[in-house]
Ligand binder design. Structure first.
Ligand code: ZN
Ligand code: ZN
Length: 276
């Protein structure tokens, strides 16, 4: 089986109203492309901050202009008008775990994808005034804090899958990277994944970004495989054509480290299925 779970039905642009994208016709477009690419298990995971309810969790100036759609309308659309799995990509916001847990627990997801896009109030993957690298902190400090947040996010137990676990590298050579063996950052994160029993995402999205690598990197993936953490496969597509993007590379990387099964979800119950 092949899965694509971390999928968005619309691009990350401001003018992407649900009336245009949360439609059976758009869902059919995704289903058709997934079918052509041999992806049977298809689900969506819209950003939590695109919904007004997210402001009850975190009223951050970055979220405010985005948080306009209704979360329950999204859930009802996916459940009633599509045959897609229902997921959500929910940011980790320390200190707001109870509020996020309330938002998540009051809806019936197939899975919850956990993401660290922000460390404190600075962004890991933006190239604007929120860019974490604008503070002039050392790469050692930035990476250490990012991976501490990833570990802490996993340990909340709120998530089924940890998304793009080394997103901090997204900008590639355009930002500094710590010297030496990077496993010192990965090891505590893997320990947290294992303790939490959470799955880790193999994401091909990094191949479309300046870094040009899979998330997680090979040494990180080796540690994940050694620890026996379940792995979920996704493209983080924002348009149908990105579904299953470069899955051959991902499947090969998984095979290289001896991973033969993927995590599959139904109403937050996980089972493992052979890859392929
Ligand atoms: Zn993300
Ligand atoms: Zn995403």
């Amino acid at each position: 089986m092949l899965t694509d779970y971390h999928v968005h039905l619309r691009p990350d642009d401001e003018d992407t109203p649900p009336g245009r994208y949360f439609t059976p016709a758009n869902a059919d477009r995704y289903r058709a492309v997934a079918g052509e690419r041999g992806i049977e298990e298809l689900g969506v995971a819209e950003h939590v901050y695109r919904f007004s309810q997210a402001l009850e969790v975190w009223d951050h100036p970055f979220w405010r202009p985005w948080a306009v759609d209704d979360l329950d309308d999204y859930c009802a659309f996916v459940r009633s008008d599509t045959d897609l799995r229902l997921g959500i990509e929910a940011d980790f916001v320390p200190g707001r775990e109870d509020r996020m847990a309330n938002l998540l627990e009051s809806r019936e997801w197939d899975y919850v994808v956990g993401s660290v896009h922000f460390v404190s109030d600075m962004a890991v993957d933006l190239d604007d005034e929120w860019d974490i690298w604008r503070r002039g902190e050392s790469p050692e400090r930035v990476w250490k804090r990012y991976f501490e947040w990833v570990a802490e996010a996993a340990r909340t137990g709120m998530y089924d899958i940890m998304a793009h676990p080394d997103l901090i590298k997204v900008h590639g050579s355009a930002r500094p990277r710590p010297e030496g063996d990077l496993r010192r950052y990965y090891e505590p994160a893997v320990e947290a994944f294992l303790d939490a029993g959470v799955a880790v995402e193999m994401s091909t999205a990094g191949l479309r970004k300046p870094v040009g690598e899979l998330y997680p990197s090979r040494p990180f993936l080796e540690l994940i495989a050694e620890a026996g953490c379940p792995v979920a496969l996704s493209s983080d597509a924002h348009v149908p054509d990105q579904l299953g993007f470069r899955y051959d590379d991902a499947v090969q990387a998984l095979a290289d480290v001896g991973i033969t099964e993927l995590a599959v979800y139904d109403r937050r119950e996980r089972r493992m299925e052979p890859i392929g």
